[in-house]
Design a protein around this ligand. Sequence first.
Ligand code: E4P
Length: 218
Amino acid sequence: MKFFVDTADIDEIRDLAETGLLDGATTNPSLVAKTGRDFMEVLKDICATVDGPVSAEVTGLDAPTMLTEAEKLLKVADNIAIKVPLTWEGLKACKALSSNGTLVNVTLCFSANQALLAGKAGAAFISPFVGRLDDIGQTGMDLISDIRQIYDQYDSIQTEILVASIRSATHVKDAALIGADVATIPPNVIRQLAQHPLTDKGLDAFMKDWAKTGQSIT
Ligand code: E4P
């Protein structure tokens, strides 16, 4: 499963990119607003830091405006993926962009039928929001299972399932168990993935015992 980082905070992205484990990044208007920075500058910085696709979201609500915005966003860097909302207008824009070879991430997906439409529109990524479904009392991960099952039945659908709105390490594990293609993960959750109290305890014991030997490897 590929790991994208879900933030527009360039310091966080630079720090995590040093691990060599980032496969891409996703932003949205709320994440950009949080930075207080110019959108284009933020995108340039992220694209220069992350090798894989960097999702940049359009803000127009009709397809022609989305396409005009996409044209501008695509000039920022070669690794821009255009993010459009899962509306009829977004799907029209997706179809037009994907037909020209542009990577499109269709966002704000909350149902299997929406994911099916995005697949038919040639999306490179569908972004189902698991955390927001959990928030309203549904089980977000059930949607990932449904989309996986549907996409796997049609060779014509090449869309990758990009699990979004991830809130916990358990979400990441569950997405991997289902066979999602990508998880876009907030920086704090990415860091949690490596943590286990028994790892810390075990390492502490090893270091204490090693010190007793008086040896050094270097
Ligand atoms: C995905 O691309 C979105 O940016 C993100 O995952 C939304 O997450 P949230 O529901 O925590 O805002």
